[in-house]
Structures are given as structure tokens and as C-alpha cells.
Design a protein around this ligand. Structure first.
Ligand code: ADP
Ligand code: MG
Length: 341
């Protein structure tokens, strides 16, 4: 027999190749899990750009003792049970791949106390079999510790950049995620130093503060607030006036049903809306939220879920283009007086 089934750990490591490219992808998966668990406070603590250690603590609903070992099994998820669930999906996760993948390429600890449980439990996987659950100390919620990422996959490890570069990717990711949920507190520490502390709360003051911290202190002042609805498509957010443009596409944040998206069709619609009012080679700035019936959008295109497919892409394109175009038209006078930033 030449054909053999691969051992489970190797299958997980291969899957990890798709989801876990670098420390920032670990942070993304773990933060999304915390959000799916209903956390209102998420602490992200990384050492040496996340290569040495990533520790994420949330105050979500937690995981029960019975579910703890299951959480590290491939294709095991509490978020969908059928194709119907997938079609009406609102959670960030659904593939049941992140934890087993991350655990297969790191020294991994998962400690959690479920909201209905008397105590906390821990499971660990240090490059091999799963150990636990054993009793542990933890308030309601979950902590995941990922140490020595890629210690057993040297080829992957060699692709990592400097600590600084890896850290900046994490910081960028946290910026993006923190704009997706204003009601959640995000705290980020690097090498023991608190770098970001975005206080959660659904007030205009907190919202504007968070946006300005990430986009520049005069972004809101120079942006137009948009709120548009057509049928079951709804878009709200801020688009910078054409005069507040950028040399890089580094202030572009787009969310679909609270999920960060980098989508060609969306990008095209926005570029087109700015086409006549921006100098060539300059980029617009925006923070936009599209709400759409989950049945009209497919997020199961790629494991990282950055891309989407729309059932009616022309409708979505025209809606995004039209909403922005119309808002910009109102400020058209003097629009070409560009102030470089
Ligand atoms: P997915 O998010 O696609 O379901 P994961 O591998 O990321 O898959 O997580 C597996 C399961 O572990 C989740 O479905 C969830 O039930 C549980 N889980 C993971 N992280 C947390 C967390 N921070 N809080 C509560 N439950 C969690
Ligand atoms: Mg997940």
C-alpha cells in the first residue's frame, strides 16, 4: 500500500499553513473567538512580536469542562450545525479549525471557566497530545496562551519577519478589529508595556475618540457621515472629504456585518466614487459599515474570511458607489484643494 492516511497532527499542521501565517493571524483568530463568546473586555498581551508568546484573555461565556478537549479537535465547532446555519451566519468563526491548527504549531494552553460552572479547567497541547482537562484558576471567561509559535515547523518560523514588523502587524490588526466593535474594550500590551487601551462603549464621544486615535486626530472633522439604506442593504460610517487624502491606502476600513473585509468589488466601488475628486495617485480614507442579510453574502470563500462573494454583486457595487458619490457631491465645491498628509 502506497496510500496512507496522514496522522492527525500532520493534518492539523497542514491546515495551520492556511490559517496561521504569522503571529497576527493567531491574534485574529483568538480575538474573533473572544468576540463570538460575547466578551466585552479583551486583553491581548504579546512578547517579542508574538513569536515568544501571545496571551489573550476575555470575559466571554467561557468553555465547559466537557467542551474543552473538543475545542481542540479538528472541524469541531459550537457555531454551526448545518448548511442552513452557515447560510445565515453572523458569528466570526464556523470552520472549527483555528484552535487545533494553532495548537499543532505551538506550545498551547487553553484555560476557561464557563459562566455556569463552579470552577475553571485547562487543556494543553505542547506539540503533541492533548493533556487535560485539569482544574485551574480563572474567572468566568477564557485565556489562550500560544508560546513558541512554529517551534516544530522550522520552515514556517524562518518566514517570520523582525519582532518589530510582526508586532506592527498585530497592532494593525487590533486597530482594524477595534473599529468593528465599539462596545468592546480592547487592550494591547507588547513586552509588558500597554500600547493601546480602547475603552468600550456605544457613545459618540468614545466612538469618535477611537476613530481619531486610529485614523488621525482630525479625521472625523474632515469626514462626512453617511447613513444610507436601500432594501435590505444598509451602510453607515465616515468618508473623508477628498481634500483629506492619503499617499497610501492606510486609512481604509470596511466591514460587512462587523467582519473586516478586503474585497475587490468593494474597493472598486469606493475608488470609482472618488474618481473625479481625487488627484491621481492619492488614496481616500474611510471607515464604513455595510449591513446585509447574511444569506446574500458568502464568507466561506477563503479560510481567513477576508474575501466575500455577494449573491447580487452589481446591486452591492451600485449601492456603495451611489451612497459615497452622493455624499461627496454635497461637498464638491473646493474639493480639489488637496492638503497632503
Ligand atoms: P470556530 O471559531 O470556527 O468554531 P475554533 O477552532 O476557533 O473554531 O474554536 C473552536 C470552538 O471552541 C468554538 O466553536 C467555541 O465553541 C470554542 N471557543 C474557542 N475560543 C473560545 C473563547 N474565547 N470563548 C469561548 N469559547 C471559545
Ligand atoms: Mg474561531
Amino acid at each position: 500500500m502506497l496510500i496512507k492516511k496522514l496522522p492527525n497532527q500532520l493534518i492539523d499542521q497542514i491546515a495551520a499553513g492556511e490559517v496561521v501565517e504569522r503571529p497576527a493571524s493567531v491574534v485574529k483568530e483568538l480575538v474573533e473567538n473572544a468576540l463570538d463568546a460575547g466578551a466585552t473586555v479583551i486583553d491581548i498581551d504579546v512578547q517579542t512580536g508574538g513569536k515568544k508568546r501571545i496571551k489573550i484573555t476575555d470575559n466571554g461565556q467561557g468553555i465547559s469542562q466537557d467542551d474543552l478537549a473538543m475545542a481542540l479537535q479538528r472541524h469541531a465547532t459550537s457555531k454551526i450545525h448545518s448548511l442552513d446555519d452557515l447560510e445565515s451566519l453572523l458569528s466570526m468563526g464556523f470552520r472549527g479549525e483555528a484552535l487545533p491548527s494553532i495548537a499543532s504549531v505551538s506550545r498551547f494552553d487553553l484555560i476557561s471557566r464557563h459562566q455556569d460552572a463552579e470552577m475553571a479547567y485547562q487543556v494543553s497541547a505542547h506539540g503533541g497530545d492533548i493533556e487535560g482537562p485539569v482544574p485551574a484558576a480563572h474567572p468566568v471567561g477564557t485565556t489562550v496562551i500560544v508560546a513558541d509559535l512554529f517551534f516544530n515547523t522550522p520552515a514556517r518560523r524562518r518566514f517570520l519577519k523582525t519582532d518589530k514588523t510582526e508586532y506592527l502587524r498585530i497592532d494593525d490588526l487590533i486597530k482594524r478589529v477595534s473599529l468593528s466593535r465599539f462596545d468592546v474594550t480592547f487592550r494591547l500590551s507588547h513586552n509588558g508595556k500597554m500600547i493601546r487601551n480602547a475603552q468600550g462603549g456605544d457613545t459618540d464621544v468614545l466612538r469618535h475618540q477611537r476613530i481619531n486615535q486610529l485614523c488621525g486626530k482630525d479625521f472625523i472633522e474632515n469626514a462626512i457621515f453617511i447613513e444610507q439604506q436601500r432594501g435590505n442593504l444598509k451602510m453607515s460610517g465616515w468618508v473623508a472629504k477628498p481634500s483629506w487624502n492619503r499617499a497610501q491606502p492606510d486609512r481604509q476600513f470596511f466591514y460587512i456585518n462587523n467582519r473586516m473585509i478586503k474585497d475587490k468589488l468593494v474597493g472598486h466601488a469606493i475608488r470609482q466614487a472618488y474618481q473625479d475628486v481625487l488627484f491621481h495617485g492619492r488614496f481616500p480614507a474611510f471607515v464604513l459599515y455595510l449591513d446585509i442579510d447574511p444569506e446574500l453574502v458568502d464568507v466561506n470563500v477563503h479560510p481567513t474570511k477576508h474575501e466575500v462573494r455577494f449573491r447580487d454583486s452589481k446591486l452591492v457595487h451600485d449601492f456603495i458607489f451611489g451612497s459615497i458619490h452622493q455624499s461627496l457631491a454635497q461637498t464638491r465645491v473646493g474639493a480639489m484643494s488637496a492638503t497632503p498628509t
